[in-house]
Design a protein around this ligand. Structure first.
Ligand code: ADP
Ligand code: MG
Length: 309
């Protein structure tokens, strides 16, 4: 568990981060969202002590970070930034194995971990472990950067706009990959982004920063349904709110018994998928794939959004 307790950073008259407190449970993704200059990067860098707080404390599984030497702390906390930050003259394997090597892991253990991570990131170890960063595509470099940050099984992975440089299509893939890998490894992640869409896709909890203050912290569905301030509402995008909410609700939640005509929706479809499919096919109900006949209706979708209007 990561506990951020009244943490503040002042630069002269500027309060970059103003008394922020929040807790992140082990094995979850927290997205820190806000506009440029809201203090996201400063908050993240106080967690691994790249920036020393003016006030307040961070505890990792109960231990204050102030009690751990910064260079040791940073071996326990992965850090991935925009642009992968790989060592250009080291192979993929050496890049990924950098921290385990510092920690004194045996060569066999490092090799096994490198291959395990390459597999997880869908990069065949035999093909990729001896390559150099310049022989990789942008998306592959990014994956190696994240694999490196995860190599030593850190207590926490900090990511600062990790996908900011990727084009939108690769970006969506990278987000899906991160979520899959995070679930497989059970990693705890704090990720900074200015993109609310990204936060909604990835996070278990969203923390919204505005002018150094934490203005709302909660599950994506709560942030969308009940934004705490006009600023949060603006971040979420008033117009998109109903659609975003729909994209978080599985179709199975409002499916009714009984058959319907038309192309069936997969069991893992969301209400947003169901709405699109209904509109696209011009039908007021569609079947849902499952053990017993079920269907979803436009009326039920409308009723579900209306409840949050
Ligand atoms: P974000 O990552 O949300 O864009 P930052 O944490 O980088 O925001 O910055 C928050 C505020 O703190 C900004 O006003 C920025 O100018 C200021 N700031 C950040 N780092 C420094 C620094 N080293 N010296 C002075 N001011 C800083
Ligand atoms: Mg920043």
């Amino acid at each position: 568990m990561i506990e951020i307790d009244g943490i503040t950073k002042r630069y002269g008259d500027t309060t970059a981060v103003d008394a922020v407190s929040m807790t992140a449970q082990t094995g979850t993704i927290t997205a820190i969202v806000g506009t440029s200059g809201s203090g996201k990067t400063t908050l993240l860098r106080m967690i691994n002590r790249l920036v020393e707080p003016s006030k307040g404390e961070v505890r990792i599984n109960g231990t204050p970070t102030s009690a751990i030497k910064p260079h040791l702390l940073r071996r326990r906390i992965g850090y991935a930034i925009q642009g992968h930050g790989l060592f250009p003259h080291h192979s993929v394997a050496r890049n990924i194995g950098a921290v385990p090597q510092l920690l004194g892991w045996s060569p066999d253990k490092i090799r096994a971990r490198v291959d395990e991570l390459l597999d997880l990131f869908s990069m065949a170890p035999d093909e990729f472990r001896d390559r150099y960063p310049s022989d990789l595509s942008g998306g592959q470099q990014q994956r190696v950067g994240v694999a490196r940050a995860l190599a030593s099984r850190p207590d926490l992975l900090l990511m600062d706009e990790p996908f900011g440089a990727l084009d939108p299509i690769i970006r969506a893939r990278a987000q899906d990959d991160l979520r899959r890998i995070q679930r497989a490894l059970g990693s705890t992640i704090m990720l900074v982004t200015h993109d609310m869409e990204e936060a909604i896709r990835l996070a278990d909890r969203i923390a919204v920063m505005d002018a150094g203050k934490l203005v709302q912290h909660g599950p994506p569905a709560d942030i969308i349904a009940t934004p705490a301030t006009p600023f949060v509402a603006e971040m979420v995008g008033e117009a998109d709110r109903p659609l975003r909410l729909l994209s978080l609700i599985p179709v199975t939640e409002i499916a009714e018994d009984g058959a319907a005509d038309g192309p069936p929706l997969p069991a893992d479809a969301t209400l947003r998928d169901a709405l699109s499919a209904c509109l696209w096919t011009g039908r007021s109900a569609l079947p849902v794939v499952g053990a017993s006949p079920a269907h979803v209706t436009l009326d039920a979708i409308r009723a579900r959004v209306g409840g949050h209007g």
